[in-house]
Design a binder for this molecule. Structure first.
Ligand code: ADP
Ligand code: MG
Length: 313
């Protein structure tokens, strides 16, 4: 059996309502395990509960009920060890403007009880590309530099698990690439990575496994490849030799989209129809085909399918 980096059972969080607001049930009984060594993606629309979950893992938000084990350490039984096992790069850019990057890393290391002799401040500064800004005041740093510093702070105690909450939301391409390079390198060295992202393409490229969260519940969790493969919808794209006739009789359930580039895109369910059937119908309509392509669903399709227009409970 795979060793688990994170084990979550029946996790609930209800925020007390502020100023006459009703209480908000942000997590409604989450069960989730995340294997050691993986790059794991947490996806979900805004307000789904991703940050709440991550902040509970980080020890920044108190859970209402449920069990959380980090690297085998129960948060309630062994809070110190579970906290030492995880480093979190938060979504928000909250930063003390009076610290330099070097100072901020040192303070963070102190908070985690890392002895001076074991600090890797220079190594981390190099990794996040802030060596030449080591002594600059935080308020003079750009947004991108502050984000890199947040990554550095998450790493000072050399945690087994690194959690990144929307690390690339609103950052430029250069910083995004720098972040992903670092993430892949850390993962190759054995660090387990958990990330949330809005960019589904990014999750598809980066993550071995994915859990989709909606309205405080895990709606699906699987290997990224399998998630995408289990989508039933497929598209067959044909390029006709000459403009296609207006009427093309098709098997029931097959939908035709006439694209601006002159191609014919047939949407069909893989379990109910075969591409051969569609090709036959097209030939019967007297259409000669120059080129044939298929389009696979991507993670975005899966995501939309699972989170679309479900009424809030
Ligand atoms: P996500 O990160 O997926 O966008 P969050 O975990 O931030 O979602 O929020 C989940 C739900 O909990 C939202 O409805 C949000 O408004 C609510 N929420 C988050 N933080 C608080 C808080 N401190 N007090 C009250 N409600 C909160
Ligand atoms: Mg969030």
């Amino acid at each position: 059996m795979t060793e688990q980096a994170i084990e979550i059972e029946g996790l609930r969080k209800t925020y007390a309502g502020e100023k006459g607001e009703p209480p908000k049930e942000a997590l409604k009984g989450i069960d989730l395990t995340i294997p050691q060594g993986s790059i794991f993606g947490l996806l979900g629309p805004n307000g789904a509960g991703k940050s709440t979950l991550i902040n509970i893992l980080a020890g920044l938000v108190l859970k209402t009920s449920g069990r959380v084990k980090i690297w085998g350490f129960d948060q309630d039984v062994n809070p110190r060890m579970s906290r030492a096992s995880i480093g979190v790069m938060p979504q928000e850019l909250n930063m003390d403007p009076f610290f330099t990057p070097r100072g901020a890393l040192d303070v963070q290391a102190g908070l985690y009880g890392v002895p001076k002799s074991q600090r890797r401040t220079d190594e981390i500064l190099r990794m996040i590309g802030l060596e030449d800004k080591a002594e600059a005041y935080a308020r003079s740093l750009s947004g991108g530099m502050r984000r890199r510093l947040l990554l550095g702070k998450a790493l000072v105690h050399n945690p087994r698990i690194l959690v990144l909450d929307e690390p690339t939301a609103g950052v430029d391409i250069e910083l995004r690439q720098m972040l992903w390079q670092n993430v892949r390198k850390l993962n190759a060295q054995g660090m387990t990575i958990i990330l949330t992202t809005h960019y589904l393409e990014e999750a598809e490229q980066m993550c071995d496994e994915i859990a989709i969260i909606n309205h405080g519940e895990v709606v699906i969790r699987d290997e990224t490849k399998k998630l995408v493969a289990r989508m039933d919808a497929k598209t067959l794209v044909l390029q006709p030799e000459s403009p296609a006739p207006a009427d093309i009789p098709l098997p029931q359930g097959v939908e035709l989209d006439r694209r601006a580039d002159g191609t014919l895109a047939f949407g069909y369910s893989r379990t109910r129809h075969s591409p051969g059937e569609i090709l036959e119908a097209v030939r019967d309509a007297g259409i000669r085909i120059r080129d044939v392509n298929t389009e696979e669903p991507n993670l975005e399709d899966v995501f939309l399918d699972l989170t679309r227009a479900k009424p809030a409970a």
